[in-house]
Design a protein around this ligand. Sequence first.
Ligand code: BGC
Length: 450
Amino acid sequence: MSVSIGNFKNVVRIAAFAVFFGVLGGALLLSSTLVAQTAISCTPVTLLAGSGSGVTNSLAGKQEDGFVELFNGKDLDGWEQKNGTATYEVVDGTILGQTVKGSPNSFLCSEKEYGDFELVFEVKVDKGLNSGVQIRSVSKPDYKEGRVHGPQVEIEWDPGESGYIYSEGTKRGWVSPTRTQKNVFKNEGWNEYRVLADGPRIQTWINGTCVEDIEMPAIESAKGFLGLQVHGVKKNAGPFKVQWKNIRIREISGDERRQVKAFKGTPKVDGKVDDLWVGVPRVLTSRSIDEVDELSDDQKASTAWVRCLWDEGHLYCLAEVTDDAIGSEAGDEWDRDGVEFFIDRNFARTSTYDDDDAQYRTEPDGNESAGSENDLSTYQSAVTKTKNGYIVEVCIDLKGKVGKKIGFDVQVNNDPGDGRRMSAMKWNDASNDTYFDISNAGTLEMVEGN
Ligand code: BGC
């Protein structure tokens, strides 16, 4: 007999979510976080290594592409159980978790902690059992006597919410604001999960399909252990099983060069998200430039989701910026709210600016500026205001071709109302040197697209 833990969990979760945001979250959190989340669509792009499939038993015990095996297939070395009395044992090269009557949620946790990483694993679960994998999770004696809490990537039978993110043990409920049914979870067999946790951005894939792509609220932990969950069950339910295998992780270091794909297309440069932009890979300006990050606790950095298109003569970028206090009195352009684009057209990664290199900037009021030697006549931009910020759409003179790569970076400057720049969030190069040394920009590759 099966129990529908999922449905019960949902009611509790939705209620807890509403109460939390109503009482504690306040208008600021709602406008800056919730709105940003709901605007996000899933774009299966930034796989940093490996592909969406091909995780097989033959990889056990080996390391490749920077991945490390977290489970040796023989014993639970490197893992420890926290909370609950569910059982975990090694069976046929898998970790088998089984429910035990009366047990609360149990977790088999990695002894090591991880912050930014790419995690892959395979999982199979019995009908009626809700499960998940904790990421960046913690357990502290002074928080509910060690209750494991943190973001959880959901595992359950279809129709369900597999691949979406739940804030386990915090009463905050779902982090994923909408959970569209994707029909990608194989109920009867093994499922390949891939989780890319890079700064505040979490992306998940199941069996090669992107399920979630979300900016995590700052309240969720940024680092912690992984945890394999065996959910508690109702009195007469179970026993249920859940199994994992081929659990591998690749840690992402903060200075790893990021990559983005630009699709082919010629949008109208009007600051609007027209149809051409839908489905184009997005990146988030999530690296803080340390020199300018002086925000107080109640101020939030301004960030942007950015996507790019190209055609034979141009590169187009669309930056959707979250900024709850637009406008600035600061004297210098870079101290005011605005978006900057750094372009290394010949991809030479020089540490000075050559003729092909450029820095362009557009502010929310439409004011444009450029680096000292750069020509603004080859730059065009348009701005529109949104509920929680603004959109900058730009057109940059550049010869496009399938397969061409260029150096590319984006920076969002933010004056939260103090008359000076208090945050500057970059996509790739976390230094403040990109305006004179373009060698550490990220990589943009032009592809045909959908
Ligand atoms: C930098 C500023 C610099 C400016 C010059 C910006 O990208 O963040 O610090 O003064 O470029 O244009």
